[in-house]
Design a protein around this ligand. Structure first.
Ligand code: ZN
Length: 145
C-alpha cells in the first residue's frame, strides 16, 4: 500500500514539467542584464508573461510549463526586454526585419495602439522563428550592454 503510494508520487514528480535548459539559460542572460524574472501569476489576468518596464521585472505564469511553451513565452518577454534596453528605460521597437508567421497575426493585431502593435509584432516575429532562442539571446547582447 505504502509502496504503491510512493511509486505514484514518484511518477507524478517525474511527469511534472520543469523549466527547460533554454529557459534557464535565457533567464540567466536576462538577469545578467538587470531584469528580474519571477515565475508567478502576472498581475494582468490571463497573461502568460508580462514585463513591467519601470522595474525591469518579468512575470512568467507557471502554467506555461504545463503547456510546454515556457521557452517561447520567455523569448517573447526577452524581446520586450531588448526593446527596453534599446529605449534606454522606455520601450522602443528594434526595427527588426523578421515578420511573424501568419498564425501569429491575430495575437498582435488585437492591440489597437499602433506603437504597441509594432512592439508586439517584433516579439511575436522572434518567438515564431525556428532559431527564436538564439535570436533572443543575440538581441539582448546587442541592445543591453
Ligand atoms: Zn508582448
Amino acid at each position: 500500500m505504502i509502496e504503491t503510494f510512493l511509486l505514484n508520487s514518484l511518477l507524478l514528480l517525474s511527469q511534472r514539467p520543469t523549466p527547460e535548459r533554454q529557459f534557464l539559460d535565457l533567464k540567466n542572460q536576462l538577469e545578467r542584464f538587470g531584469f528580474q524574472v519571477v515565475i508567478e501569476l502576472p498581475p494582468k489576468r490571463g497573461a502568460y508573461g508580462l514585463l513591467e518596464v519601470a522595474n525591469k521585472k518579468i512575470w512568467i505564469n507557471p502554467v506555461v510549463f504545463e503547456l510546454h511553451i515556457g521557452t517561447q513565452t520567455l523569448v517573447h518577454e526577452a524581446v520586450h526586454a531588448a526593446q527596453v534596453c534599446a529605449g534606454k528605460g522606455k520601450i522602443k521597437t528594434l526595427g527588426l526585419e523578421v515578420q511573424p508567421i501568419n498564425y501569429a497575426r491575430p495575437f498582435f493585431m488585437r492591440y489597437t495602439n499602433i506603437h504597441r502593435q509594432d512592439l508586439e509584432r517584433e516579439a511575436y516575429a522572434v518567438q515564431t522563428q525556428r532559431n527564436s532562442f538564439e535570436l533572443a539571446i543575440s538581441l539582448l547582447q546587442q541592445h543591453c550592454k
